[in-house]
Write a protein that binds this ligand. Structure first.
Ligand SMILES: [Zn+2]
Length: 235
């Protein structure tokens, strides 16, 4: 089955996100559509969100384990193919070579055609982890993952250089790919609800998400959307 929004050219989509729930807030409606279209979807979870609470009595290690379980459940609800936890420290990410190496390794393992990640170029993107992951993922794609002299130890392990064709940035200032999620919005909400420690039963979540999705769909012939800025990489 060909879904006109995604075409036949790309088969593997890899999300690279900072915290459990980032992928659902930004992209779950799109992920559901990708799965309906028969695509492979892999999630790289850079931190386990072990500081994501306003309760000072919480044990971070315990919270990280809980949030990993929540993320696994959310991924299962969407039919994602694989979730990888890098377990970097929540709130401690830097767009440095160490983080880049970890993402390059995942690119060489999973060979994505498209990477979906935080837009690090949006003005006033305030969360440092979001900026760090967006930048590190961008720098991992080009030129690092595709050329063999970067992290050659990966090649010694049997991995190969890989060219990713496109990066889709979520949360962009100027989106140029607006995906219709009218039919998958309920699945997005169901997946988001798996993040119990973050969204709980909050009644205002659904209308807030619906309003946002409606805004993103403005000017398009559908009701609800998620939006991305697409950057095509040199082949
Ligand atoms: Zn986040």
């Amino acid at each position: 089955m060909t879904d006109q929004d995604f075409g036949d050219e790309f088969q593997t989509y890899m999300l690279v996100v900072a915290h459990p729930d980032d992928s659902e807030f930004s992209s779950a409606g799109t992920v559901a559509r990708l799965k309906d279209a028969g695509k492979r979807v892999v999630l790289i979870q850079v931190t386990s969100g072990d500081r994501g609470t306003s309760d000072a009595s919480v044990d971070p290690a315990e919270l990280g384990r809980t949030r990993e379980a929540e993320q696994r459940e959310a991924a299962k609800r969407l039919g994602m193919d694989e979730v990888v936890f890098l377990r970097c420290g929540d709130g401690s990410l830097m767009p440095d070579l160490e983080l880049r190496e970890k993402i390059v390794r995942q690119i060489r393992v999973h060979k994505p055609d498209v990477i979906i990640t935080h837009d690090p170029f949006r003005p006033y993107a305030l969360h440092p982890d979001h900026r760090a992951v967006g930048l590190a993922a961008t720098d991992a794609v080009y030129p690092t993952a595709r050329d063999p002299l970067y992290f050659p130890e990966h090649l010694d392990e049997g991995l190969e250089p890989h060219k990713t064709a496109e990066i889709w940035f979520f949360g962009p200032e100027h989106p140029d790919k607006v995906v219709d999620i009218t039919e998958t919005f309920d699945r997005k909400m169901h997946a988001l609800r798996a993040h119990v420690t973050q969204v709980g039963e909050a009644a205002e979540l659904e209308p807030r998400m619906r309003d946002r999705a409606r805004e993103l769909a403005e000017g398009h012939p559908f009701e609800l959307a998620e939006a991305f800025k697409v950057v095509q990489m040199r082949r």
